[in-house]
Design a protein around this ligand. Structure first.
Ligand code: AMP
Ligand code: MN
Ligand code: MN
Ligand code: MN
Length: 294
């Protein structure tokens, strides 16, 4: 049994032989993961993954190295990205799969999303300073292999290292989230931008971990309808962030809205993520896997 926080989730057994082990959500040091992109690919293959998408936040730099490592071990590889957007003042993540890496509009769009991160980090550090936590900008930056992708995860790692919190989970309960010290509102891409960039580059757009957003049921339906209208094709049903109840809920919504279904661990690193690469349960029955369209 695996645990997400205190909630028992997903059996982490290997899949039945007939079901390909596809993991379409994970991070490398190009954003806020702990392993390099090739290391992520090699670990996925060692864990029995048949098809991997690396989905760093707002960045594509890890994809060539991950693809080369995947080729070396004979694992299928799909270009991926996780775009930070805001929808009605909420930070939401949209996954893109199987797009053209060289697409100029997508690359320019992602550069625009990245550009505000360092300034936001300075503001986050100033906000933490106000509650007596010093040195957060430099401390977080020490954890960021790619400074342009400085994220709340790097601040979280600094807060753990500095002894402010015992682990990342408690960081995101007491800091860095709306209403708590260290949170800074930020202008991300719009939903329409993100879907347009992904589709324009020949890719497939999917809502990442829909169960994680603080949306009422009615607002979630409004969000999904808008996503679908814009051309969004998939939602992540099986996710490292979903309890079994959330898997059921989003399996139902995927059927209702005729969305393709995705499966992704959201692995960030050993010892930090609850679910390792490829160690999720299979998609529930009656869903059309997004990877069948690649
Ligand atoms: P940012 O893109 O800088 O806003 O940082 C968001 C990242 O923080 C996410 O991609 C996660 O890696 C991490 N994160 C957010 N919420 C949590 C949480 N509750 N527990 C662990 N990590 C989280
Ligand atoms: Mn992350
Ligand atoms: Mn995410
Ligand atoms: Mn992610």
């Amino acid at each position: 049994m695996c645990y997400h926080g205190q909630l028992p989730i997903l059996d982490c057994q290997y899949l039945p032989a007939a079901v390909p082990n596809c993991d379409l959500h994970c991070h490398s040091t190009c954003s806020d993961g702990l392993l390099s992109a090739p290391e992520v690919a090699r670990r996925a293959a060692a864990n029995g993954v048949d098809m991997l998408a690396l989905t760093d936040h707002d960045a594509l730099d890890g994809l060539p190295g991950a693809r080369a490592a995947a080729n070396d071990v004979g694992m299928a590889f799909v270009n991926g990205v996780e775009i930070s957007i805001e929808w009605e003042a909420l930070q939401i993540h949209i996954l893109g799969f199987a797009f053209d890496l060289g697409d100029q509009t997508l690359n320019a769009g992602l550069a625009s999303v990245r550009s505000g991160r360092i300034e936001r980090a300075r503001q986050m550090s100033a906000a933490l300073e106000k509650v007596g936590i010093g040195g957060a900008f430099d401390g977080a930056m020490r954890h960021a292999a790619n400074p342009n992708l400085i994220s709340r995860s790097h601040f979280g790692r600094y807060l753990v290292e500095a002894g402010v919190c015992k682990d990342l989970r408690s960081v995101f309960e007491s800091y860095l989230v709306p209403g708590r010290p260290g949170y800074v509102d930020h202008r991300w891409a719009t939903l329409a931008d993100s879907v347009r960039w992904i589709l324009g580059a020949g890719g497939v757009a999917a809502v990442a971990h829909p169960g994680r957003y603080k949306l009422s049921r009615a607002d979630m339906r409004r969000f999904l309808a808008e996503f679908k209208d814009l051309g969004g094709q998939a939602i992540e049903v099986m996710s490292g962030s979903h309890t079994p109840e959330l898997v059921d809920t989003y399996a139902r919504l995927a059927r209702e809205y005729a969305f393709l279904a995705s499966r992704g661990s959201d692995f960030h690193g050993p010892g930090e993520s609850y679910v390792d690469l490829g160690k999720l349960a299979p998609l529930p029955d009656g869903l059309k896997p997004v990877w069948e369209t690649f």
